[in-house]
Design a protein around this ligand. Structure first.
Ligand SMILES: C[S@@+](CC[C@H](N)C(=O)[O-])C[C@H]1O[C@@H](n2cnc3c(N)ncnc32)[C@H](O)[C@@H]1O
Length: 293
């Protein structure tokens, strides 16, 4: 095993790990090589994520490793970038779709925004609420599915941060954008932060990341499904001597696809930024899309 890079947050990236023993499930399912050496897609296989897969992936283990992967100061910085790009001011009504355990929503509330956080995971929401209470913050946390939102024309800004878009098939992903547009007032802004597909696909797949907390480890193995433009993630948790496996898959859209989908959802203009709000280039690790209704 060769360590090629160490990240600042205690995460290490490994390549050349002994992958002959392990092949991510979705890759095996998705690509079939014919005798002529051509690849074809099996239409019967749907890589979008099921509710039970979401529940198992976004559970207590997700919280446990959260602060190791996103150090508090890094979360502070991310909240600042979101505020700047969405022009969030004092008392701005803002919604985070897929707010997780509230690491960004609570920070925005601390800056004075009127924050609503929506998530499908009751476990993560409970932690978000507990943290808000501990910090003396008033944040509205709502259990729900971003594909069907109960609000219309209510928010100045909405955002999906940290690879929270693309879990479903194209039709459902576009439903998320339409729902986001509907809950925004005219002139409202939507921000989506996602890995930059160009950069992501340039790395030889699979890629392995390891995060450690005390004696426990979280191993993420990413592989690219190049026929479906999806990235698949197999997560192995080794915690308290027990091993658990979960799985996530997300669609990798390029910027021109975002523009087409967002215009179709009712947005007027769409901008692209890199990770910290700088110019977006093929080398940017993230693509941050900001759309105006
Ligand atoms: C990668 S996490 C990001 C959490 C948070 N945005 C952050 O930056 O820490 C994605 C979140 O989306 C939530 N999620 C997934 N599918 C959802 C859905 N259909 N509706 C609402 N939330 C969903 C998950 O439960 C999880 O909390």
């Amino acid at each position: 095993m060769t360590v090629t890079k160490t990240f600042n947050n205690g995460i290490e990236k490994y390549t050349n790990i002994a992958f002959q023993y392990y092949m991510p499930r979705a890759t095996i399912c998705a690509i079939h090589h014919t005798v002529e050496g051509k690849s074809k897609m099996d239409d019967k296989i749907d890589n979008s994520i099921s509710p039970s897969e979401l529940e198992s992936y976004f559970g207590e283990d997700y919280i446990y490793f959260g602060d190791v992967v996103n150090l508090p100061e890094s979360s502070d910085r991310q909240a600042e970038v979101i505020c700047d790009l969405l022009s969030i001011g004092q008392d701005s009504p803002v919604i985070e779709l897929g707010c997780g355990y509230g690491r960004i929503s609570n920070r925005l509330a601390e800056k004075g925004a009127q924050v609503t956080g929506l998530d499908i995971s009751p476990i993560l929401l409970k932690k978000a609420e507990a943290d808000a209470a501990e910090r003396g913050l008033n944040v509205e946390y709502v259990l729900g599915d971003m594909r069907s939102l109960p609000w219309r024309d209510r928010f100045d800004a909405a955002f999906l941060w940290y690879t929270t878009f693309g879990y479903f098939d194209d039709a459902d992903n576009e439903t998320v954008l339409r729902e986001a547009a509907s809950c925004l007032r005219t002139g409202g802004r939507l921000l989506i932060d996602h890995p930059n597909r160009i950069d992501f696909l340039s790395h030889k797949s699979p890629i392995c990341y390891v995060a450690q907390r005390h004696n426990d480890v979280r191993i993420d193995i990413f592989s690219n499904d190049v026929l479906r433009d999806r990235s698949n993630l197999e997560r192995i948790i080794v915690r308290d001597g027990c091993v658990r496996r979960t799985h996530l898959s997300f669609r990798q859209y390029g910027f021109s696809e975002y523009v087409r989908m967002l215009r179709g959802a009712g947005f007027q203009t769409v901008e692209a930024y890199g990770q910290e709000g700088e110019a977006f280039t093929s080398d940017s690790s993230r693509l941050v899309v900001v759309a105006y209704k």
